[in-house]
Design a protein around this ligand. Structure first.
Ligand code: CP
Ligand code: NVA
Length: 305
């Protein structure tokens, strides 16, 4: 596999190997630094949307592995506007050793991968967010030892983050439950894929409207913004629909007593999550954000080393 575009493209064994490598690289970093496995390699980072975590964690991950990264802003590249995606991909392939792209349309990251001769990593599209899912799995494994048999509940919009989380749960044997409002379901194609993975791993997939029913027995409660980047025009409408899906202390109290709370960030405190939960004892929000870097380093080593 040249690229990392979706969790669904990788087998459970390959995903677990990358997670094991992430654990090893994190340990190695903490005990004095990583070996320069990516010495001399440069990652080109194409951004069509803002980012804090993705930008900094990829940049620092490359540096820690002896490589470097190049930030290409939306204004500079004009992906598909100033020149075609196929041309951008072929030009950049001659300069850098890998590409990471954050795009609006998922098709754009697929086109980049098609035309690029170097590996392409999906740093979030409107369809999915596979690097986030790797960090999520790493964070869950750090608390519970494994994903197998855990109950992972996502509350909120059936968006890009929900798709990748569902897929990694279905691949690695965690039960996945989502509670979302009507009209904000995960896309049928993503669900169809998840059902295939779940049939192999034994995961149970549950699709609900009621957040209270969804958190019963949950070991992990996950939420994300009600309005994703690119959907800003719908924000007002969404703010009327989503309040029953807020992850607050009362909802967390209905889950397993040892439940952890995850959020990919940025958080809209007072909307999808309260301060009390985000900063409370169940929260793993900041270790999760830090795990973006550790998980992605494993992906980088797998694709670029
Ligand atoms: N979670 C995440 O992808 O954060 P950024 O948008 O800041 O990169
Ligand atoms: N669903 C959010 C995730 C941000 C990291 C978005 O796409 O804006």
């Amino acid at each position: 596999m040249k690229d990392f575009l979706a969790v669904s493209d990788y087998s459970p064994v390959e995903l677990q190997e990358m997670l094991d490598l992430a654990v090893a690289l994190k340990k190695e970093l903490k005990s004095g630094g990583n070996k320069p496995l990516l010495k001399g390699k440069v990652l080109g980072m194409i951004f069509q949307k803002p980012s804090l975590r993705t930008r900094v964690s990829f940049d620092m991950g490359m540096r820690q592995l002896g490589g470097d990264a190049l930030y290409l802003s939306p204004a500079e590249i004009g992906l598909g506007q100033r020149e075609s995606i196929a041309d951008v991909a072929r030009v950049l392939s001659g300069y850098v050793d890998g590409l990471m792209a954050r795009v609006f349309a998922h098709d754009h990251v697929l086109q980049l991968a098609q035309w690029s001769s170097v590996p392409v990593i999906n740093g979030l599209s409107d369809y999915n967010h596979p690097c986030q899912a790797m960090a999520d799995a790493l964070t869950i494994i750090e608390d519970f030892g494994s994903m197998k048999g855990l109950n992972v509940t996502y509350i909120g919009d059936g968006n890009n983050v929900a798709v990748s989380l569902m897929h990694i749960c279905a691949k690695l044997g965690a039960n996945f439950t989502i509670a979302n409002p009507e009209d904000y379901d995960i896309t049928p194609k993503a669900i169809e894929d998840a059902r295939k993975f779940a049939a192999v791993s034994g995961s149970k997939l549950t699709f609900l409207r009621d957040p209270h029913a969804a958190v019963k027995g949950a070991h992990v409660i996950y939420t994300d913004t009600w309005t994703s980047m690119g959907q800003e025009a719908e924000a007002k409408k969404r703010e009327l629909v989503f309040p029953p899906y807020q992850v607050n202390a009362a909802l967390v109290a209905e889950a397993d007593p040892k439940a952890i709370v995850l959020h990919c960030l940025p958080a809209h405190r007072g909307q999808e999550i309260t301060d009390e939960v985000a900063d409370g004892p169940h929260s793993r929000l900041f270790p999760q954000a830090h795990n973006r870097m550790h998980a992605q380093k494993a992906v980088l080593v797998k694709l670029l080393a």
